[in-house]
Ligand binder design. Sequence first.
Ligand SMILES: [Zn+2]
Length: 441
Amino acid sequence: MPLEDVRAMQAFKLRRQLASVAGRSGFYARKFAGAGFEPGSVKGIEDLARVPFTEKQELRDSQLAAPPLGDHAGVEMGDTVRVHSSSGTTGRPSYVGITRADRDRWTETVSRVYWCEGVRPHDVLIHGFGLGFFVGGLPLKDGIENIGATFVPIGTGASDRIVTSIQNLGGTVLTCTPSYANYLAEYVRDKFDADPRELRLERILLGAEPGGAVPAVRQRIADTYGAFVTEGLGNADVSPVYAGTCDELDGNHFVAPDYIALELIDPDSGEVLPWEDGADGELVATHIERDCVPLVRFRTRDRVVVGTSPCPCGRTGPRITCVGRTDDMLIVNGVNVWPSAVSDVIADLHPRTTGAMQVMLLAPPPKVEPPLHLQVEYGLEASDLALERAEVEGLLRDRLIVKADVELVPPGTLPRFEMKSQLLRRVYEEPKSTSEQVSAR
Ligand SMILES: [Zn+2]
């Protein structure tokens, strides 16, 4: 669809959505009233600039105050058909419900993204993301089946099954995180004494971590497997995926403009930035067709660069490349390290760890002089702590290419929180305001 037509459609859907949200979400009714914003006054997407942002922490607070789904959810629990969680870390998860219509919207969106990434009905897709709770699980199943391709549900922590499924079922596509693709290559060499190219995968579709947007990371995985490597971009609170790389390998086409309106903002001032080729800013998402958890101007904290020049593939959706989080990326010896990825590795060692961990920053980020200092809670089933420490450090080295110095601490000693950015703990001297924040945590 030409972009002018897209904008007209979005304007119509936005007006309808905002009127509906104000009527069924106390959270948004209050937010709109507090800002003196009248949903009926909206003419187009540009009017969104008058609406206050929605922060992740507000959603969490809303859910704690009005369980189970929160005052922002907009529908009752009884109207949902499924509930996902937007965080894999410890403590109370942040729940995201979907109605039957939301489920269908997700399915359509996931299908578009995976089609854009080259998945066709004859493909056999091996699923290597978490299946439980995670939006990269069942919604992907629905989308892949909708394409007519074959979905093979393996999930995480079953590398042996992933390899044998690719071999036995003729898997053509693997979808997983970049760090897992790297780990699996080593696993194939060590445990199967084989070259990853012998798996004969045609495509590897990365997601859930920003590494897939880094050309060097993508190229390394492509060379290792002899496969075409692309990336899908999503957000648990917004949509499991909403953008994917086409074969031109020049950013991820946004393919859900009929469900989501995206804005680009300056992460510091909050000012809206023009959506033009090469523009760089934080992505802000507004659902324009969504029943449960209808977000308005949600700050994704994803820092992106956009491409708007015509793409030879014919898709008109702008291309989005995630270049980091506006809050938490670290660089250790030139390697991008995401605290959330570190957290995933630690979580995989459950029950020998509780899953709780903190990265200790001895100097201002993002650059970290190796090793990366971590506190990790050992689990109740941990017996030999020296061995476990070596195992944690080894796994971090293998999967994230990072040299870590791990201090194991007793279960329950680390503070519990949900924000991925708070996986970082600043232990260096800095202006008072931030250190006060640290102690308050
Ligand atoms: Zn394209």
